[in-house]
Design a binder for this molecule. Structure first.
Ligand code: FE2
Ligand code: FE2
Length: 262
């Protein structure tokens, strides 16, 4: 990573840290942030499960086991956020119920993510990111950076929460999520080293760090233009099905505005 990237990384991280901390501290914006996390966490489960099966079919038991555990963890993270939303008497918006194109003809802000558009620039996410064909190194490099940063971001946000009993519960949940994300980053780094050796794995990590910096700037710019407001992903009320089947409400592959939920 060159000096400019390093400086931008700090500036981008600082801006996003400020916005996410402000959003989680404010009871009005907290549900949106939590809903975004729930979508991202639960949405990754089917993908990771399919990757685990593929790794087994390709004879990589080591990777398959870790991916299966990873999928389980993300399912649990989704449930923690679903539960936190339920306690606030909110639920995730069912994206399937949204019109594909709003009346004004512009794409729905809730369906696009400036962060992921920039992060995966040059890749056709719709066709290349299928679990049966995604390049393993593309998956490992991109996911490693998201997991590594998610760990720090969740700790920081947990500490930004107020001290009421419901928030304390969420705080505990977020700290335990952060621990899992640390474990995910660790196995992904090892997976890259097993395939590439140390030096090439480090080069791949640098490439994805640089992409993340650019994507953070894209996201921060977009958020600041909207005055730090996240698009609405939560609505009032909790259906009973949510408790039984949290993944029913996910929108796998759909955008979330947050890079932190991995
Ligand atoms: Fe994770
Ligand atoms: Fe997670």
């Amino acid at each position: 990573m060159n000096l400019l990237t390093q400086v931008l990384h700090l500036v981008g991280s600082g801006a996003v840290a400020y916005i996410t901390a402000a959003n989680i501290r404010d009871p009005k914006s907290r549900p949106n942030l939590l809903a975004g996390f729930q979508l991202a966490e639960s949405g990754s489960v089917p993908f990771l499960e399919a990757l685990s099966k593929r790794a087994a079919a390709e004879g990589d038991e080591w990777l398959s086991e870790r991916l299966a555990k990873h999928a389980q963890d993300e399912g649990r993270h989704g449930q923690i956020f679903a539960h936190a939303l339920k306690q606030l008497n909110k639920q995730v918006i069912d994206f399937k119920s949204l019109p594909q194109k709003p009346d004004d003809g512009k794409p729905d802000e809730r369906r696009r993510s400036p962060f992921f558009e920039a992060y995966y620039e040059g890749y056709d996410v719709k066709t290349m990111f299928m679990p049966d064909r995604i390049d393993w190194l593309l998956f490992m490099g991109s996911t490693y950076i998201l997991e590594l940063d998610a760990c720090k971001d969740f700790v920081r946000m947990a500490n930004a929460l107020p001290d009421d009993p419901i928030s304390l519960n969420l705080k505990k949940g977020m700290i335990s999520i952060a621990k899992d994300e640390e474990g995910h980053a660790a196995y992904l780094r090892e997976a890259m080293q097993r395939r590439l050796g140390y030096a090439k794995a480090e080069a791949l990590i640098t490439e994805w760090r640089t992409r993340k910096v650019n994507a953070m700037i894209a996201m921060a710019t977009n958020l600041l233009q909207k005055g730090g407001q996240l698009p609405s992903m939560a609505r009032d009320g909790v259906p009973s099905e949510l408790a039984e089947n949290p993944t029913k409400f996910n929108s796998a592959g759909e955008s979330t505005t947050q890079p932190v939920a991995a």
